[in-house]
Design a protein around this ligand. Sequence first.
Ligand code: MF3
Ligand code: CO
Length: 245
Amino acid sequence: MDRIGQASRLVAEALLALREESQPGVKTAELDRFAEAFLLERGAQPAFKGYRGYPCTVCTSVNEEVVHGLPSERRLQEGEILSLDLGAIVEGYYGDAALTVPIGEISPEARRLLQVTREALHRGVAAAVPGQHLTDISHAIQTYVEADGFSVVRIFVGHGIGRALHEEPQIPNFGPPGRGPLLKPGMVLAIEPMVNAGTHEVTILEDRWTAVTQDGSLSAHFEHTIVITEKGPEILTRSETGETW
Ligand code: MF3
Ligand code: CO
């Protein structure tokens, strides 16, 4: 448990630093090198590199890219949105988190997408209470997102996490409440809504990783690793000083 906490804290600190680095003119490949060095210098390993053949430390998904975007030599531009997804391993234990950051000034629509996706994550986290069912998390996320006219991605889901990046149970970001396992203290979950401004449908590009919205609309992604305690959910992906997103 403590090592999941350490891995998660490093992921949060790296993502907060990456948020500062994400400025117009920066290449996403530079962000990847920054993230890898950040983890290695602190005694942690990248969790995604080599996972099912994924070649990088961080996933960088720009604008209509939903998740699993590959860092590249392309430079970020003012007005874009960038999703940063990062996992770390400390002594065999995993932490995983993501956030979407604005590059300079962004449109009001993009700003609303970021706010709604972030709030959807927090609604999902708030539903992770002992005695509730797993899909109460799913339902809280979906109802909040759709009330704002956006859509939740179906083909990717949140997950249990601990000694592996992906453990049982899967956590869809949609569906009826009251289903699935009962939530219990000690469960560690990665909750991660992916929200599209248009259709929820996504397509995988020829690189076999990058997922994009089918209609080209913007997409955002926020994720936390949390632990359920008797008192309720506790966010593990926060910095030592408690900073998070
Ligand atoms: N946060 C994502 C997940 O939990 C990131 C996985 S990227 C991969 O599935 F490269 F590792 F596949
Ligand atoms: Co995840």
